[in-house]
Each structure stands twice: as structure tokens, then as C-alpha cells.
Design a protein around this ligand. Structure first.
Ligand SMILES: N[C@@H](CCC(=O)N[C@@H](CS)C(=O)NCC(=O)O)C(=O)O
Length: 95
């Protein structure tokens, strides 16, 4: 089973992959990133996402840092699956 961990901050665009994960229905873990204490600028978090932003979705140990990856052809199968589910969620919400 794919291991999914979402690094998330409340009231941020990290809600986009959160919705996608809920749509998938697969088990996932949430790590809340505390913006107020600058956790997104910590060395530990920057090692996961050098941009120091949320969301970061770790898929089987591989960090995915853009909520809408732009070049599906270069992505692993897990990333493509997550991206496609995300797009389906967005289209369902806005279509
Ligand atoms: N291009 C990124 C943008 C992510 C982004 O801008 N995240 C904001 C929250 S909505 C953030 O982490 N801001 C913290 C900061 O810039 O210090 C994506 O699509 O995931």
C-alpha cells in the first residue's frame, strides 16, 4: 500500500491535496506545519520542501511539493495517480 503523508497548514492551499486524499479514500497521515513558529523554514522541513511552503505530500518517501505538478510525463506512477485524482476532484468541484 502507498504510504502518504501530507504536510498541511490550516487555512492554506494545502487543503487542495487534502480534498484529493479524502476523495482517494486511502489511509494517510497529516503533519501540521506551524507557520506561526516558522516550522516551514526549519532545516528539517526545508529538507523535504526546499521552497519552505505547504503542501508537501510524501508518497512512499518521495516528497511532492507542487499541488498541481506541471509535467506529468516525468513523474513516477504514484505521482501521476495522485495528480490525476487531484484534477478529477477539482473538475468535480468546479465543473
Ligand atoms: N506553488 C506551490 C505554492 C504553495 C504555496 O504558496 N503555499 C503557501 C500557503 S498557500 C505557503 O506555504 N506559504 C508560506 C510562505 O511562503 O512562507 C503549490 O502549488 O503548491
Amino acid at each position: 500500500m502507498t504510504a502518504l503523508t501530507l504536510y498541511f497548514a490550516p487555512d492554506s492551499c494545502a487543503r487542495v491535496p487534502l480534498i484529493a486524499l479524502e476523495e482517494i479514500g486511502a489511509p494517510y497521515r497529516i503533519e501540521v506545519v506551524a507557520f506561526m513558529s516558522g516550522q516551514h523554514r526549519s532545516a528539517e522541513y526545508l529538507a523535504l520542501n526546499p521552497k519552505g511552503k505547504v503542501p508537501t505530500l510524501v508518497v512512499d518517501g518521495e516528497p511532492l511539493s507542487e499541488k498541481s505538478p506541471s509535467s506529468p510525463g516525468s513523474q513516477s506512477a504514484s505521482r501521476r495517480r495522485i495528480s490525476s485524482l487531484h484534477l478529477r476532484t477539482v473538475f468535480r468541484e468546479h465543473g
